[in-house]
Write a protein that binds this ligand. Structure first.
Ligand code: NAI
Length: 566
């Protein structure tokens, strides 16, 4: 077998060693071609075809994986839209896993919008209708009391990550119940596509607790448990059983919570963050990418994060999550928790969050300021003099010319991030931010925007996409096996990400490195995160001498197990 190669175990085969399966004769003929973990299709060599009873079952030609990739690309180009491309790619995964990842890893930035956001949202909406074959596990509330036994049905024993969703809040689409399975599947594919985390160690899981989506409950083809969601107490007891079962069946496994209902997500992260190896990408990953953008902006201005005054426009889950992570990052630069929080103010649909307001949650109250309430953003900017304005309000066009100009009046290089998505929800476009600030604003958005030319100068707006960070952080976790994942690891990942922007790119206003480099970006992030996990005494692996080499050795290579042209 080629060096570094990790080929997933077959859910149908014994053990994880495909080489053994190929040579021992455990799988032969049609059975072998039907096993996506072992199948090479036309890449089986003449000798393999003779030895493995494949003669006559394949056309004459013996191809290399590159030629197979070309054919896949041709098929994809003939598909009318991304949902059809998604369905085709899932079909490919069911036939030939190595080829699937070879294609995905050939250009992750191109494939993320097909395999994940936004196409996966549409796929989840139609998941019950387009359902063909299962790629992960469904553990249902009907399995209460037996979760441990059910987890043992998964054929791979060395599970290092479980991405688990209840389908409670899928992207911006609300409660999609068991249809949400597209999310853990897609998210874990990005671990491999963007960071080369070996797919055989990844388990996508839908914790099916029912749904409150009446349309789904009425759909005769709905694949999930046909009941309403449980009360918090029942849900939490079931989650506790699941968490305990994971510790026992897959010791050392990291639980990645994804797309749970907001309140469940916050409560459960609080409960488990200091007890087990777990994270929530919607909360920590999102906030980490925003912090990376801010550090990227500081790398342009030469300022320190802990010297900034931040105004968060939107005080929902994203606004609070980002504020908390900025607070932690400022503390890491030496501020007290109180002084850091005092540098952040929030604004919501009812105006500035002030101490006099009675409608604030405990999380929001931390950031309430003294002073007069106002519903006018421009006036809040003039009073508070923020150097950073972050839009997470879900409302487009709210950063008007006056807002951007007010930011420019008091700061030489104001940071203006318009993170709400989709595109028509962005608080302002890249063109608007650069134009209204005369090219002074350092801008990033939640969606991609084209480069902008102002007065002969080119500006390249950043996109705060979560896949910049969670695959790399996860690879670092894979390497170091930390007991816990404190925010400090996310902040280190964010710093590593921001540091990868070159001086030439900073010149163009870039706060993130180019997405096309995601594999090397993730590898760099992983190295820094793993190193910090060791430095903080969290790692459970033996410390390697050369962290970079150690991580590269662990990474998955999408290559067949033998010389296909032998
Ligand atoms: P949410 O619904 O929990 O919070 C929205 C907040 O905006 C609330 O505090 C609300 O009062 C406030 N708001 C609504 N209308 C407003 C108005 N006219 N003026 C001022 N404030 C107003 O939503 P969540 O989950 O916090 O997400 C917010 C946005 O951030 C979404 O569009 C989401 O797509 C985007 N987002 C982008 C990310 C990224 O770029 N990586 C990551 C996470 C979220």
């Amino acid at each position: 077998m080629e060096k570094n190669q990790k080929i997933p175990a077959s859910p149908h085969a014994e053990g994880a060693n495909p080489e053994a399966a190929l040579t021992s004769g455990a799988r032969q003929g049609v059975e072998l071609l039907r096993d996506p973990h072992l199948n090479k299709g036309t890449a089986f060599s003449t000798r393999e075809r003779q030895e493995l009873k494949l003669e006559g079952l394949l056309p004459f030609v013996v191809e290399g994986i590159e030629e197979q990739v070309q054919r896949v690309m041709k098929h994809l180009s003939l598909k009318p839209n991304d949902l059809e491309r998604y369905i085709y790619m899932i079909g490919l995964l069911d036939r030939n896993e190595t080829l699937f990842f070879k294609v995905l890893m050939s250009d992750p930035a191109r494939f993320v919008p097909i395999m994940y956001d936004p196409t996966v949202g549409e796929a989840c909406l139609k998941f019950s209708d387009i359902y063909r074959r299962n790629g992960g596990m469904y553990v249902t509330i009907e399995n209460k009391g037996r979760v441990k036994d059910i987890l043992r049905n998964w054929p791979e024993k060395d599970v290092r990550f479980i991405c688990v969703s209840t389908g409670g809040r899928i992207l911006g689409l609300g409660d999609l119940g068991a249809n949400g399975m597209g999310i853990p599947l897609g998210k874990l594919q990005l671990y491999t596509a963007c960071a080369a985390v070996p797919p055989n160690n990844l388990l996508p899981l839908l914790l099916d607790c029912g749904t409150d989506n009446e349309q789904l409950l009425k759909n005769p083809l709905y694949i999930g448990v046909r009941r309403h969601r449980p009360e918090v107490k029942e849900l939490d007891a079931f989650v506790q059983e699941f968490v305990d079962a994971v510790q026992e069946v897959f010791p050392g496994c990291c639980i990645h919570f994804e797309d749970w209902k907001g309140t469940d997500a916050i409560r459960l992260l609080k409960r488990y963050q200091d007890k087990i190896c777990c994270y929530n990408d919607d909360i920590q990953g999102t906030a980490g990418v925003a912090v990376a953008g801010l550090i990227g902006a500081m790398n342009i201005t030469g300022g320190k994060l802990s010297e900034q005054r931040v105004l968060m426009f939107g005080a929902g889950s994203a606004g609070i999550g980002i504020s908390n992570m900025i607070t932690a990052a400022m503390q890491a630069e030496g501020l007290s928790n109180k002084d850091a929080a005092a540098r952040i103010a929030l604004f919501d649909v009812n105006g500035l969050l002030t101490k006099g307001r009675t409608d604030l949650s405990a999380e929001q109250s931390v950031y309430a300021v003294t002073g007069n309430p106002t519903k006018d953003l421009v006036s809040a900017i003039r009073t508070l003099k923020p150097t950073v304005l972050i839009g997470v309000s879900t409302v487009g066009k709210t950063f008007t010319r006056e807002v951007v100009q007010a930011m420019t009046e008091q700061t030489e290089r104001p940071v203006v991030f318009a993170l709400s998505n989709p595109t028509d929800h962005a608080e302002c476009s890249a063109q608007e931010a650069y134009e209204w600030s005369n090219g002074k604003a350092i801008y990033a958005a939640g969606v991609p925007f084209e480069e902008v030319k102002i007065g002969g100068k080119v500006f390249i707006p950043g996109q705060a996409n979560n896949y910049y960070l969670f695959p790399g952080v996860s690879l670092g976790i894979y390497a170091a096996k930390p007991k816990l994942i404190p925010d400090a690891l996310w902040i280190e990942g964010a710093r590593a990400l921001a540091d990868l922007v070159t001086p030439q790119q900073r010149e163009k206003g870039m706060v993130f490195p180019p997405q096309k480099d995601i594999l090397s970006i993730s590898t760099n992030i992983a190295e820094r995160v793993a190193k910090m996990a060791f430095d903080k005494g969290l790692a459970q692996e033996k410390k390697p001498k050369d962290m970079g080499a150690f991580i590269r050795e662990l990474q998955y290579q999408p290559a067949y197990s033998k010389n296909v042209k032998s």
